[in-house]
Write a protein of this length. Sequence first.
Length: 424
Amino acid sequence: MTAPTTATDVNQPSLQPGAPTGRRLSLPVLMLVIAGALALTSIVRLVTGAHGITNVSQMSTALQLAVPIGLAGLGGLWAERAGVVNIGLEGMLILGTWFGAWAGFQWGPWTGVLMGIVGGALGGLLHAIVTITFNVNHIVSGVAINILALGATRYLAPLAFEGHQGGSAKQSPPVDSLGHFTVPGLSDALESLNDRHWFFVSDIAGLLGGLVTDVSWLTLIAVALIPATWYILWRTPFGLRLRSCGENPVAAESLGVNVYKYKYLAVIISGGLAGLGGVFLSIVANPFYLEGQTSGRGYIGLAAMIFGNWMPGGLAIGAGLFGYTDSLNLRGGSANVHALLLLGALLLVAGAIWLAIRKKYVKAAITVVVGALVFAWYATTDDVPNQVVSATPYVVTLVVLALSAQRLRMPKADGMPYRKGQGK
């Protein structure tokens, strides 16, 4: 049989991605939830006086820190929608940082961007060969790629960077900037409105101000890749075939889909996106490669993808959340995290009420107790230790994944071995 030519040609139930186990939020409801969370944050800001938690600088920093996490998560989404688990995102980020800086300081930043994508894609290609062709366990392959990328860049860095001005065994020479843009007039107006510290309105202004103030061109590209991924994977024949490989590759093969080809393409694209995230770290976030600068962002990107239920929009929200908590390390960390303890306590109480309405009384009681403990921590202290501030992004990662685990639904064939013709 020939492959389907339109997104509606595949009508077999076995090929259609199943619905998540829980009810999916519609866009209006999701926007109301986000608005409610922002209003609650505004209340906390007014009560605690921690105006830094929603100012323009905080939001701008959060956006910058969210980009590499989001790109890594987007890479994971492409691979896993085709049925390949990509634990090697951290290694592909590392390859992107090294290749981007190596090419960038010699031939310019945009050449560095292209080479960083190529470096990450090479990591994706290796992962595809090992997992798809040789059917090696996906987790083992991903961990091996992470180790290999770390060892390779550690070996190559002295050879490539020593002897150049500003270079060393662990750091590249500086790379020229890709350039930034600020929307004239709008940026100043939003910052002025944010400085008035009005309820809700100033918080909205801070959020929007961070999106139009001192933004890198690479950030704009990264943001555009979110809707582009959604459109390609959910609105094109190519995307339907790719997702069918992650749901039921045997059924896809029976309809003429070249499963190996689509898996290879997905994993190579996955590596390229992660490599682009690495480029962001070594050219935009810092104008040089530095050993260890990924700091586990590949794993956090994977967590953001899971939190987003293998969907681009949810992934973007997860990356934004983790980027925001990570930004607390750089801007008023202790005072801001202390204020967010109150926000956490309020959110836990709200969660307990929701659980009680759904008649999950035991879970509601546990949530109330945890909320009370968090509030007690806030009420009996004036700040939090710096170690807590540093650990906040990782704690938030674990808490969010734990709370969202019951509504998750991964592609049915994700991580499962596949051999051509096995359905015959």
